[in-house]
Design a protein around this ligand. Structure first.
Ligand code: KG4
Ligand code: ZN
Length: 360
């Protein structure tokens, strides 16, 4: 089964062709991603209108490139899958209209994919992970612990009650005068930090709800920065390290509780997997902490390669393939984009919209 995937929900324009073999394994035939980072960096965040316009002007070229590189002619593609939410509505519309036009013109099934489902299922493509498994999704727009039970079957166990983790990194970087995106800048600066200089609280420690909170931490960094002004390079490094340490401890605490809960329900005999996804998964301190915690609890730790952790169309094509293989139906061409679309339909929304769109 060969699926064409399209992703335009935020600031990456992407197209890909992915093959799913009858034994359930996958093969990436092409993976084209155009990042809009330069377009938005002056603004310190994604500007939705600029993002949508850029998707319009580049997407058709990227789709052609993805098809050419895969050597699969459009006539041989089995379905067209596209992110139909959650995300920035202008970008979603561009992807949806393009995918619908291609599906209609070529007479192919059309599938709208939940972007979060794309992130959630990637580990099955890269590492053949079996259900059920636990997912930590940490990006600029999302911070969630999700139980992945099967294709289309998700339980959200925890989410952020304010900022997404990537967003907290970005805001912290901004207030310390570091560049955008802030995550890599904060991680880099923290390398030179003195561990004992500042100590910040660990948000949500031991809270039984498994949720996250980062906005208080960001405020604490701001207050410390104001007290220390003017900031030396060393003080900035010390503050970055304190922030990263506190964030890492909070994640460790939340994930330790989630793994315990998983164990109580499913046991560890089958050596289940803890999977991490999203741009923040690039952070080495966070990765190391998760790896350590997973091994202590008897879990395998799976982190897909970085280019598949951040936004891409491979995961959208793959989710389309998984859905078709599971016997789930394709969509009507009248399908509408959804700025907010929780993976777990039963989970209540705890926060509103952020800079990168709905956070749900
Ligand atoms: O998944 P992603 O590429 O885009 C979406 O949010 O959809 O994630 C981007 C986020 C940004 O907030 C960025 O600051 C953060 O991931 N990030 C990092 C690191 N690299 C990227 N955060 C912490 N440490 C990093 N090394
Ligand atoms: Zn994403």
């Amino acid at each position: 089964m060969d699926i064409l995937g399209i992703e335009t929900s935020c600031d990456e324009t992407a197209a890909s062709v992915v093959r799913r073999h009858p034994d359930g394994s996958g093969e990436i035939l092409s993976d084209v991603v155009l990042s809009q980072l330069d377009l938005h960096s002056d603004f310190g965040g994604v500007v939705p209108e600029l993002a949508a316009r850029s998707h319009v002007s580049t997407l058709d070229r990227l789709v052609i490139q993805a098809l050419e590189e895969s050597s699969v002619p459009l006539a041989d593609v089995d379905a067209v899958a596209v992110t139909s939410g959650p995300g920035l509505i202008g970008g979603l519309m561009v992807g949806l209209m393009t995918a619908k036009a291609i599906a209609m013109a070529a007479g192919k099934p059309f599938i709208g994919i939940n972007h979060l489902e794309g992130h959630a299922l990637t580990a099955r493509l890269t590492d053949n992970v079996a259900f059920p498994y636990l997912l930590l999704l940490v990006s600029g727009g999302h911070t969630q612990i999700v139980l992945v039970k099967g294709v289309g079957e998700y339980e959200r166990w925890g989410t952020t009650i304010d900022d997404a983790l990537g967003e907290a990194f970005d805001k912290t970087a901004k207030l310390l005068g570091l560049g955008y995106p802030g995550g890599p800048a904060v991680e880099q600066a923290a390398l030179a930090g003195e561990p004992k200089h500042f100590r910040l609280p660990v948000p949500m420690r031991r809270d039984p709800r498994l949720d996250f909170s980062f906005s208080g931490l960001k405020t604490a960094v701001r207050q410390m920065a104001e007290e220390q002004a003017p900031l030396s390079q060393q003080t900035i490094a010390d503050l970055c390290l304190a922030f990263q340490t506190s964030v890492t401890s909070s994640i460790d605490d939340r994930i330790a509780m989630a793994l315990d809960r998983f164990n109580e329900r499913f046991g560890t005999e089958s050596k289940p997997a803890l999977v991490v996804a999203g741009g923040v998964a690039a952070n080495k301190a966070i990765r190391a902490t998760l790896e350590n915690r997973a091994s202590k609890a008897g879990f395998r730790f799976i982190a897909p390669p970085l280019n598949l952790c951040t936004d891409n169309a491979v995961m959208i094509a793959w989710a389309g393939a998984e859905r078709l293989a599971a016997g789930l139906p394709a969509d009507e061409l009248s399908l509408a984009p959804r700025s907010r679309w929780p993976l777990d339909q039963t989970a209540t929304a705890v926060i509103g919209h952020g800079k990168r769109g709905a956070k749900a």
